[in-house]
Design a protein around this ligand. Structure first.
Ligand code: BDP
Length: 325
């Protein structure tokens, strides 16, 4: 009898463990600090999914890149080691060619145009490419426009970039972009940039106002020149491995919550850009606008030529973007 009881307890325990394994907590990667628009929108996504699945899908988001740097995190999510994450499409380009179209300098004409294209055919095409490489796109987040900053001089023309050591995100396109203006590009992890500028390993970097502010880069690279050369959207995406383990009903909830979180993020982004700009100016940043961006655009011709030659299959997509208002 005693033996039977132990056995029964064992079976019950195994069942509980199996249940616990079923209701596994998904792990999410994020590079930003907790009060960043991306982070707030991700938390809201996780909360909505948990509520609507009655706690069957719970998520824990690891902010501040504690699960690793972005290129590694993208790989790990593709492999299903990390379940989901919010990624900039820039560093995705090395693995997913379609995402590179948004990393071409000056490809989008404005933020509203970027929204329209990402919410339409261009976003669908990129999502297809991502899907084939292990990522399911749940929503396109805003990351504004990126501009150069450095500790040496304000930039007004491409010639002002010549000779500067500039940190870029991990993608050959960005190296080519800086080299086209005769600057020296160094791909480097986001978390290393502050110290590298401070110690003179690089003179500066390029980013949007919220990242320039939240990382305190403005304290060590005071010249912020609004070249707005890159508008690169970001993606809340899930590993196909985690996605395939969901029921169709759960997938619908996750997809819907992803879209809603993108709407929330875009609103928060607009507010944060203004706050960040005020903060860096109050903190001593010297911000200058660019009277004429045409010379910067012209300098990017070799970047386009090289990219088009290497990616003839993406010509239609690039034409679609260039020809849209
Ligand atoms: C920020 C992006 C983040 C990038 C970072 C960078 O949101 O995903 O990792 O720039 O420059 O704007 O590395």
């Amino acid at each position: 009898m005693k033996h039977f009881k132990t056995l029964a307890t064992g079976v019950a325990l195994a069942a509980t463990l199996a249940l616990a394994a079923d209701a596994k907590e998904l792990r999410g990667w994020n590079i930003h600090i907790e009060d960043y628009p991306v982070s707030i929108a991700m938390e809201s996504f996780a909360k909505e999914v948990a509520e609507r699945t009655n706690g069957d899908i719970t998520m824990k988001i690891f902010h501040n890149a504690v699960l690793g740097d972005q290129p590694d995190a993208i790989e790990q999510t593709r492999l299903g080691i990390i379940d989901f994450g919010e990624f900039n499409l820039g560093p995705m380009g090395q693995a997913i060619p379609e995402t590179n179209v948004v990393s071409l300098p000056f490809i989008f004409k404005s933020i509203p145009q970027m929204y329209r294209l990402m919410d339409g055919e261009v976003g669908d095409k990129i999502a297809e490419g991502m899907r084939a490489k292990g990522l399911v796109a749940l929503g396109w987040y805003d990351s504004g426009a990126r501009s150069f900053y450095n500790s040496v001089r304000p930039i007004n023309t491409p010639a002002d970039v010549a000779g500067l050591k500039v940190r870029v995100m991990n993608n050959d396109l960005f190296v080519g972009m800086v080299e086209a203006m005769e600057g020296n590009a160094t791909p480097m992890a986001f978390g290393e940039v502050f110290q590298s500028i401070k110690t003179g390993v690089v003179d500066g970097a390029e980013n949007n106002p919220p990242s320039y502010e939240s990382t305190n880069h403005f304290e060590v690279a005071v010249y912020y020149s609004l070249t707005e050369h890159l508008i690169i959207p970001e993606c809340l995406c899930m590993s196909t491995k985690a996605w395939d383990a969901l029921t169709p009903e759960q997938q619908e909830i996750v997809m819907d919550a992803g879209k809603k979180s993108a709407e929330l993020q875009r609103g928060l982004w607009q507010e944060r850009e203004k706050l960040s700009m005020d903060k860096v100016v109050a903190g001593g940043a010297q911000v200058n606008t660019i009277a004429d961006k045409a010379p910067f655009q012209a300098a990017m011709e070799p970047v386009y030529a090289k990219f088009m030659a290497a990616n003839p299959d993406l010509t239609d997509l690039i034409d679609l973007m260039r020809n849209s208002d």
